[in-house]
Design a protein around this ligand. Sequence first.
Ligand SMILES: Cc1cc2nc3c(=O)[nH]c(=O)nc-3n(C[C@H](O)[C@H](O)[C@H](O)COP(=O)(O)OP(=O)(O)OC[C@H]3O[C@@H](n4cnc5c(N)ncnc54)[C@H](O)[C@@H]3O)c2cc1C
Length: 312
Amino acid sequence: MILVIAEHRDGKLNRATLETIAAAQNAGGPIKVAVFGSGVDAVAKEVGAADVAEVITIDDAALKDYTADGMVMALEQLIAAEKPERIFLPHTYQTRDFAPALAARINRPLVTDCVAVKGGSYVRPMFQGKLQADVSVDGPHMATFQIGAYRADAMKTGGSASARKASVTIDASKIRQKPEAPFKEAKQAVDLSQAERIVSVGRGIKSQEHLQLAQQLAQAIGAEIAASRPICDAGWLPMDRQIGSSGQTVAPKLYVALGISGAIQHLVGMKGARTIVAINKDPEAPIFEIADYGIAGDLFEVVPAMIAELNK
Ligand SMILES: Cc1cc2nc3c(=O)[nH]c(=O)nc-3n(C[C@H](O)[C@H](O)[C@H](O)COP(=O)(O)OP(=O)(O)OC[C@H]3O[C@@H](n4cnc5c(N)ncnc54)[C@H](O)[C@@H]3O)c2cc1C
């Protein structure tokens, strides 16, 4: 049995949970999904639409705000009761925070940042995505899945899993972390991992004032703006817009790359996009190797033409 750990914040399900359920469906065998928190019935109902055997809720006031100690304490008991062979988690910041502690506590191997599961083994990138390693593990274990490794809309639905409450005992006095209000960036801050469309700019945009061209295109198709590292390093866009190995990993339905060469450190952050459109004046640019649609041309000619056509 595979136990998938759902993630949500204030009752809003993180889409990466659905991707992780899709990974579990791909691996095969019965799946249970565990939802932790306080007042989680709505989230449980939402994941219950997936084709899974059961949804388990762990509802406790001490789990209202996420803490690593609270999660480890609750999960240790749930895992002892349910005895899952495998535990799948989305590779989010929250998972990164508690999963290693959980693995140590329950003495199980943890395979992180997987991009695929093939039967009993996992594929995970190494050395900034230069190599892909096949990892197999003997016995019960845990695995985390990269955002975009599996598609949320490829998750099989039609399930009518009932939600069952599991009882665990949380000793709130043993939770060492004191949660504060979650960190919020400036007002416009955006979680690009949840964006459906992204227009991303690279050094080909030449100067900061030309960003407005990309912004117009983004507006015409209802997309978020993102960038390669040099653009954020230069301060033309905030760091939270950077895509790649030292930025965000995204998996939108549409990713439009303007003047981005396609360095491996950029590709690892966006190759999970369903449709990639690249505009680059160098026909040999590596971005074209992964693009579904490529336009070898000057973005300062192509993009205005696209905007004019879209606005018609
Ligand atoms: C440890 C490490 C971590 C890194 N992390 C990241 C990361 O997270 N994200 C990231 O993006 N990079 C990262 N990098 C940097 C990465 O290696 C590349 O340097 C970077 O992605 C290149 O950005 P770029 O494609 O915008 O620029 P360039 O490689 O300079 O490419 C610009 C492209 O624009 C095209 N162009 C120029 N003018 C036009 C025009 N008028 N019309 C159309 N096309 C045009 C050119 O043909 C070229 O292909 C990292 C590097 C290291 C070493």
